[in-house]
Design a protein around this ligand. Structure first.
Ligand SMILES: Cc1cc2nc3c(=O)[nH]c(=O)nc-3n(C[C@H](O)[C@H](O)[C@H](O)COP(=O)(O)OP(=O)(O)OC[C@H]3O[C@@H](n4cnc5c(N)ncnc54)[C@H](O)[C@@H]3O)c2cc1C
Length: 513
């Protein structure tokens, strides 16, 4: 058995390494950056102020992986679990969503019962999707008993919802969150917040199809928002520790320039330093477009497959704002003890849909939506005593901006601060330092095509055996010895680890590597 190489120490690459090393593979992970984690990392952005670089809320990490890799014994700790969502409103009429209950001055009594039913249904439907996460997707068009059983199993998952809920599942799965939320609720500030679940991290508006599917994906591991102590980097570091304990080697500052091919088989990689490492098993945690187009080269692919890769949608549209603050923010009408919850600026369905409209024309949102955390309220290690960090996912900031991000970045940061100031008028005075990461920054710093949260848009046509494209849906590329293990593969992005584990299982089952 030659050495198994993994390109990228994102959390999925590390999960894959940990499982393969446990199964006896000699594994080396090659990471371009000087640290592990990819989009699940922590960095110091101003002296003494640390923040989660990309992902800032943990809600999808697979429980099985957490237990099997004993992540708590490798240092994983939560600073706070079970954050509620507070939907901010300029006049202070916020609504707080806590599981199936709602309260706050903007809450409408009639919405309470609707919320209980919406919560029941969405969590039940999300359970169907969750059952598909931890398995290698079935192949289409084979007569293999395993594939046929898996296909039938998928139908059964839907059938066992029961007649009424199955009908509702089939009705709403293909429509959009805008229409569904209009049917259920009256309060605009509640609908705005719930609609975010369907669009955050995607190039979708609330009226786009696939937005219900994305909302279900977000809820699929229970929908509980946690804040890891030390930021999201501590999740990746715990996984790295598990991989190292199992015998894997991790080499940071080791960017891979090329995947090497000998006739029609993988023969290793060449690093940017010129070093060549031979291997007949190379697994890529890089996104699928980078893997096939840049690292491998389309000349090694059959034309139809190369064309499908070219058509993968991966136009990232999320920016990340980090503020070093002199004191904690205070949002209009929101009691101080709620400032540490998951705060969203999405005051109505129309607001969220308008915020998206600009992205269609390669413009940034004039009034973006935001998901805000103030993690230092729960984790003093992130900021000097008495000071705070604010971390905001800001949407929509399309990667393919008309004028390019080097022109627009400062102006967009100003817009974002203007929106924040509508909710905390003193936010500028409290700010000691600002960092804004655009999708272009994420593309270059994290080597993600388009700076895309999911490496490839999360949508029904890019899910299961169609993710990232038909022909590579079971983690194996159509070239002997090349595999995928990142967010671009099933079941998609978010800090969940399932793509990494599924890839490891597929490789172990294949007897290769
Ligand atoms: C702004 C933002 C906010 C987000 N917020 C959340 C959130 O709150 N919660 C959540 O669950 N998810 C969130 N996500 C999504 C989540 O962070 C990602 O889906 C997930 O981290 C992807 O993990 P991965 O391991 O598949 O890939 P990545 O994290 O992208 O890791 C890939 C790794 O491969 C390395 N690499 C690439 N090319 C090479 C090469 N040639 N040589 C060597 N190394 C290479 C990269 O440097 C990187 O370390 C967010 C994403 C973004 C961008």
């Amino acid at each position: 058995m030659t050495e198994t190489l993994i390109i990228g120490a994102g959390h999925n690459g590390l999960v894959c390494a940990a499982y393969l090393a446990k199964a006896g593979h000699k594994v080396t992970v090659l990471e371009a950056a000087s640290h592990v984690g990819g989009a699940a990392a922590t960095h110091e952005f101003a002296p003494g102020f640390k923040v989660s670089t990309g992902a800032h809320l943990l809600y999808l990490l697979d429980e099985g992986i957490r237990k099997e890799l004993a992540l708590e014994s490798h240092g994983l700790k939560m600073a706070r679990t079970g954050l509620s969502t507070v939907s901010l409103e300029e006049g202070g009429n916020f609504v707080r969503i806590n599981g199936k209950t709602i309260d706050g001055p903007g809450a409408i009594a009639a919405d309470q019962a609707a919320m209980a039913e919406y919560h029941r249904l969405m969590h039940k439907f999300a359970g169907v999707i969750a059952r598909l996460h931890n398995r290698v997707p079935m192949r289409l068009g084979t007569t293999d008993t395993g594939d046929l059983k898996a296909l039938a199993g998928m139908g059964w998952l839907i059938r066992r919802l029961g007649k009424a809920d199955m009908r509702e599942f089939l009705r709403i799965a293909g429509i959009n969150v805008f229409d569904v939320l209009q049917e259920y609720f009256e309060s605009e500030v509640l609908k705005g917040a719930l609609s975010l679940d369907g669009v955050l991290g995607t190039f979708l508006g609330t009226r786009s199809n696939n937005s219900v599917f994305c909302a279900l994906h977000r809820l699929s591991n229970g929908g509980r928002y946690d804040l890891p102590a030390g930021g999201m980097g501590s999740v990746s570091e715990a996984i790295a520790a598990a991989a190292l304990k199992n015998g894997a080697e991790i080499r940071t500052s080791s960017p891979v320039r090329k995947i090497l091919v000998d006739f029609d088989k993988i023969s290793g990689v060449e690093l940017e330093s010129g070093e060549i490492i031979e291997s007949n098993c190379v697994i890529s945690n890089a996104d699928p477009k980078s893997t096939f187009n840049s690292l491998l080269g389309a000349q090694h692919l059959e034309a139809g497959f190369a064309n499908r890769v070219r058509n993968i949608r991966a136009n990232g549209c999320v920016a990340k704002l980090h503020l070093a603050l002199n004191e904690a923010p205070a949002f209009n009408g929101v009691p101080a003890e709620m400032t540490g919850e998951r705060l969203v600026i999405a005051p109505s369905l129309q607001y969220v849909e308008h915020a998206f409209n600009h992205a269609k024309y390669k413009e940034y949102s004039a009034e973006p939506v935001m998901e805000i955390t103030v993690p230092s309220l729960h984790d003093p290690s992130l900021a000097p005593a008495g000071k705070h960090v604010l971390s905001a996912v800001v949407q929509w900031a399309p990667h393919n901006l008309k004028e390019g991000w080097s022109e627009a970045k400062v102006a967009f940061a100003g817009r974002v601060m203007d929106v924040l100031a509508k909710h905390d008028p003193d936010i500028r005075a409290k700010t000691l330092y600002t960092e804004l990461l655009t999708p272009a920054d994420m593309e270059s710093n994290m080597r993600m095509t388009g700076g895309h949260w999911h490496h490839a848009e999360l949508a029904m046509d890019q899910f299961l055996m169609m993710r990232p494209v038909y022909g590579a849906g079971q983690y194996a590329a159509p070239l002997d010895g090349l595999w995928l293990c990142g967010a671009g593969s099933h079941p998609g992005g978010g800090v969940m680890g399932s793509a990494g584990r599924n890839a490891a299982m597929a490789i172990i089952d294949s007897g290769k590597g």
